[in-house]
Design a protein around this ligand. Structure first.
Ligand code: NAI
Length: 719
């Protein structure tokens, strides 16, 4: 066996049976990506085997366990390609040329895939005659490019449909979600699935088989040709899918539509012409504002995954094996569910047998729904439930390493429960509160171990919302923070650490916006129009619908806490308490701002005149209602001003956390990159000018010093 330079990212070995084995193994990196150096190395390697006339086959594998190739290097892509259209063209053409050469090697080729095979990694693998995947649960194949605002640009829009058919290709290229190894075999993206340790031998066997059958030559030829879809088939597939995507993205995300264009234009052309269509489709996307914003979120996400939650990297957290959840209500059940799904032994505690039973039902419910739609196997539910114990007896939690409290939002009840738990738990156990409004520092005052007390603010519904705000009280220790951050990461959440203040990060920024929306309604702005305007801006729902969904009693309570804490600038709206007084609590009571009717399992709201009457009573209706621009300015600049204030008070550790928290906590439109990135696009000076115009409305619109400074110096949050 001949071997090549071991320090190269691609090691080439020629076996005695004349099969070339290329091992992709970037030195010093945990994953393989296509950066310049690696791309060059693969080009060099392909150049070598192209020239060798005695080879019988080639295999590409990864030297990283559980990681095949993670795609192009995004840092390099951003820096090197930027917005220069010629560079984009050259960059894509380079990938096309390389993968075309691989697809034309004069012998059968196999990519053996263990672990993540996404983006450019999948495009590379698709240039091989066969793909064999491993049974490793980490093996996934996917085209996530649309998630960063671009489309596959190294052949993915053309090779994928030719391998798996147009339906599957549309789903994968436009949705961006990866598929598991088993599914890859089902849809013919992979030839077969074998244990990771057998991949190489199996690759050799498949090359030998290919020589016997000769089918690889016909398959190759076919994949170079137009797909030959009928007009009807084309019309149906592409138009239906385009409509579906437009409905889902409201036209705010151009990438999936461009992926459809590339596939539609290219699928009935010879492959090489299709690849040209792919380049035409990707050019406007790479370097666009939307793509930059989405890539920004991707990097923030990577940073959050690696963050320990404290600046001192030497601090280690304590191990957490057993978790206790106090309160089996909406939040507690969700928190317990999220833990047992990740195999953590969990004890759920409530105050009576009936409430314990109700809590258990809340845990089982989402699992049953998942089973119904095929997202969970019944045996997974059984396995998860073996991890759960439910009880009314707090002493049963004595060996827990972490207690997460999700009981009623009453400070006295919470504090006495914490004291009781301190008496039951071991010295090192941590108590975390899921409070949404109560000060962590204040609740820690009477505790024996305030260093082991922390806030863990989950969002509803817990099984779907990924953000967790970890709130540090004045005395919370670094060790406690690191432990709970790690624990939140271990159950698949995205934790950010914030300092204690009323509303913490997310609610402190959200509630001024919600309150402003109600003030606008009191001035006579139409509720439905307001919601529409905001969803057009990109929020997942309007503030009126959101208030009705959260519950007006909850909104009133939280709003009250914030109004008291920030009384210098608060101007509480009157509508919410009035509606609560009338028993209109939102969707849960079938009436809030709107009146609700259930249609096909969904609640649909319509104004029923009650709010209009209350607005008359309040007497703030304006003859000239604010125009659309002013409405949006009032809503989003009130958010921005509050975000600047909390940055000035060092509530967050870095400004990126504001954007991250709002995107994952309230669905601030990802294509805008977050509140602060949005502010950067309008510019600090414009924001200050707009705030000056709104200042007569109240102190809440006073431009924060930070923003004024930025306007003066021409700085932005991200530059
Ligand atoms: P919930 O009313 O649905 O559930 C509370 C549960 O705690 C009830 O089952 C109750 O019987 C139980 N409980 C009360 N005292 C207890 C005690 N001493 N020991 C054990 N169990 C006890 O309330 P929900 O909505 O689950 O909220 C719980 C906590 O989470 C509150 O602090 C709330 O502010 C917070 N939160 C709520 C969010 C939401 O969207 N509902 C979002 C984020 C935080």
């Amino acid at each position: 066996m001949a071997t090549a330079d071991a320090s190269s990212p691609i090691r080439l070995e020629i076996r005695d049976d004349k099969i070339a084995v290329m091992t992709f193994d970037t030195p010093g990196k945990p994953v393989n990506t296509f950066n310049q150096a690696n791309l060059e190395a693969l080009e060099g390697c392909v150049g070598q085997i192209e020239k060798q006339t005695d080879l019988r086959g080639a295999i590409l594998r990864s030297g990283k366990e559980g990681n095949f190739i993670a795609g192009a290097d995004l840092n390099e892509l951003m820096a090197a390609v930027g917005t220069d259209k010629n560079l984009v063209r050259t960059f894509c053409q380079r990938g096309h040329d390389l993968f075309t050469r691989i697809s034309r090697l004069p012998f059968p080729t196999v990519a053996v895939i263990d672990g993540m095979c996404v983006g450019g990694g999948l495009e590379c693998a698709m240039a091989f005659d066969y793909r064999i995947v491993s049974t490793n649960p980490r093996t996934e194949l996917g085209a996530p490019e649309v998630k960063i605002g671009i489309i596959p640009g190294w052949g993915g829009t053309q090779r994928l449909p030719r391998l798996v058919g147009i339906d599957q290709a549309l789903e994968m290229n436009c949705g961006g979600d990866s598929i598991k190894a088993e599914k890859a075999v089902d849809i013919d993206l992979a030839f077969e699935m074998v244990p990771a340790e057998e991949l190489l031998d199996e690759g050799v066997r498949v090359i030998n088989m290919a020589h016997e059958t000769g089918e690889w030559k016909e398959d190759r030829e076919r994949r170079e040709q137009p797909m030959g879809l009928s007009d009807d088939n084309m019309m149906f597939n592409f138009n239906v899918f385009r409509g579906f995507i437009l409905g889902k993205t409201k036209g705010q995300y151009p990438a999936p539509l461009k992926a459809i264009d590339a596939m539609e234009r290219g699928c009935n052309l010879p492959l090489q012409d299709g690849l040209k269509e792919e380049i035409n489709a990707i050019i406007p996307l790479i370097g666009s504002d939307i793509s930059r914003n989405l890539i920004g979120i991707f990097f923030m996400d990577q940073a959050v995954r690696k963050d320990t939650g404290v600046d001192d990297r030497s601090v280690k957290g304590r191990p957490v094996k057993q978790v206790g959840v106090l309160g089996g209500g909406l939040m507690g059940a969700g928190i317990a569910f999220s833990h047992i799904r990740k195999d953590f032994g969990t004890i759920l505690c409530d105050i009576s047998d009936e409430l314990v039973e109700a809590g258990m039902k809340r845990v089982v419910g989402p699992m049953e729904s998942r089973i119904k739609i095929g997202r969970m196997a019944p045996q997974e539910m059984v396995a998860s439930l073996t991890k759960l114990r439910a009880t009314t007896d707090k002493i049963a939690m004595k060996n827990c390493d972490l207690i997460i409290e999700a009981i009623v939002e009453r400070e006295d009840v919470k504090v006495s429960t914490f004291k009781e738990m301190e008496g039951i738990l071991g010295e090192n156990a941590i108590i975390a509160s899921n409070t949404s409004t109560i000060s962590i520092t204040r609740m820690a005052k009477d505790l024996k171990r305030p260093d082991k007390f922390v806030g863990m603010h989950y969002f509803s519904p817990v099984d779907r919302m990924q953000l967790v705000e970890v709130i540090r009280g004045e005395k919370t220790s670094d060790e406690t923070v690191v432990t709970v951050v790690k624990q939140a990461q271990a159950i698949g959440k995205k934790p950010i650490v914030v300092n204690d203040c009323a509303g913490f990060l997310v609610n402190r920024v959200l509630l001024p916006y919600m309150n402003e929306a109600v003030l606008l309604v009191e001035e006579g702005v139409d509720m439905e129009k307001l919601d529409k305007l905001v969803t057009k801006f990109g929020m997942p729902m309007g503030p009126v619908t959101l208030a009705d969904m959260v519950g007006l009693d909850v909104a009133k309570f939280a709003g009250g806490v914030l109004a008291e804490a920030y009384s210098d600038r608060a101007q509480p709206a009157q509508l919410v308490p009035k509606l609560v007084e009338m028993g209109r609590l939102g969707q849960k009571s079938d009436a809030g701002f709107m009146a609700y009717e259930s249609k096909r399992g969904k609640k649909r709201g319509k104004p029923d005149g009650v709010v209009a009457k209350l607005v008359d009573e309040i007497g703030r209706r304006q003859s000239d209602v604010p125009d659309d621009e002013t409405i949006l300015d009032r809503l989003f600049l009130s958010m921005l001003a509050e975000a600047c204030r909390l940055l000035e008070e060092n509530i967050v550790r870095k400004h990126e956390d504001v954007d991250f928290g709002l995107i994952f906590g309230i669905g601030f439109p990802p294509f805008r990159g977050g509140l602060l990135r949005w502010a950067d696009t309008i510019g600090a000076q414009t924001a200050v000018d707009k705030l000056a115009k709104l200042a007569p409305l109240g102190k809440r619109f006073e431009a924060p010093e930070m923003l004024k400074e930025m306007a003066k110096s021409g700085k932005s949050f991200y530059k």
